[in-house]
Design a protein around this ligand. Structure first.
Ligand SMILES: O=C[C@H](O)COP(=O)(O)O
Length: 264
């Protein structure tokens, strides 16, 4: 399939790490490090996903210092307002200038019982508030053994796409559950195989133009020493990084993956 140019996106999911003071220090240092290395943010986009309690601090810093970093929430509510204790509305994330929101991360599915249907409702909520959802899909080791590499992620995405508002941007993150935090990343060929299947599904459901424009990220034990291998694959457009996004130099090196080409 001929694809349009897609700006790579390196997204750092901090999970439940760094409080609001630590977030300010980290974002400042990350911006300085990338500026020092003359990183071109229009060439490779960078986004961080702090805990909710950090978002206002990060927004204030990014806006005040006019930093070219994007940021967003790690989740949002399917509801917009009301008696939903503990939930965070997409309206609140939008009011803090969140560009993106992560939806359906495997840890939300595993520890909070999130279903594909709820993920679809959250995708719709993100689009109602003008936030680009990063829709996470991925198979467990058991799924892989029983159903092969693409069946479960494709089925998860098929349902999630029911929440998409026509014409609005999405990002998809393929994260094999067995690769998350395990130190055992998928091979770039494995990532490509599933990302290609996900792009074919997007073409089937949303059309060829949407498929060509949609960025598909790989996530799962991404490090500075394997990122360039993933990004050389035609259907991998970036990475959703967990543990390594908390290590300043490592994350900055992942962002600068183009400088690793030739070291593979
Ligand atoms: O959202 C990020 C993923 O869960 C990957 O985490 P990891 O890079 O620590 O394996």
């Amino acid at each position: 399939m001929a694809v349009a140019a897609r700006t790579p996106l390196i997204a750092g999911n901090w999970k439940m790490n760094l409080d609001h003071l630590q977030s300010i220090a980290f974002v400042q240092k990350l911006a300085w490090t990338l500026e020092d290395k003359k990183h071109d943010f229009s060439d490779v986009e960078v986004a961080v996903f702090p805990p909710f309690t950090d978002l206002r601090s990060v927004q204030t810093l990014v806006a005040g210092d006019k930093l070219p970093l994007k940021f967003g929430g790690q989740d949002l509510s399917a509801h917009d307002a009301g008696a939903y204790t503990g939930e965070i509305s997409g309206a609140f994330l939008a009011a803090l200038d969140s560009a993106y929101v992560i939806i359906g991360h495997s840890e939300r599915r595993q520890y909070h019982g999130e279903t594909d249907e709820l993920v679809a409702a959250k995708v719709a909520a993100a689009h109602r508030h003008g936030i680009v959802p990063i829709i996470c899909v991925g198979e467990t080791a058991e799924d892989l053994e029983q159903h092969g590499p693409s069946a479960v992620p494709v089925a998860q995405l098929r349902t999630a796409l029911e929440g998409v508002v026509a014409g609005k941007e999405i990002v998809v993150a393929y994260e094999p559950v067995w690769a998350i935090g395990s130190g055992q990343a998928a091979t770039s060929a494995q990532a490509q195989q599933v990302c290609e299947a996900l792009r074919a599904l997007i073409a089937e459901v949303l059309g060829d133009d949407a498929a060509a424009a949609t960025r598909i990220l790989y996530g799962g034990s991404v490090k500075a020493n394997n990122i360039a291998g993933f990004l050389k694959e035609p259907d991998v457009d970036g990475a959703l990084v967990g543990g390594a996004s908390l290590q300043l130099e490592e994350f900055a090196s992942i962002v600068r993956f183009k400088s690793h080409v030739g070291t593979l």
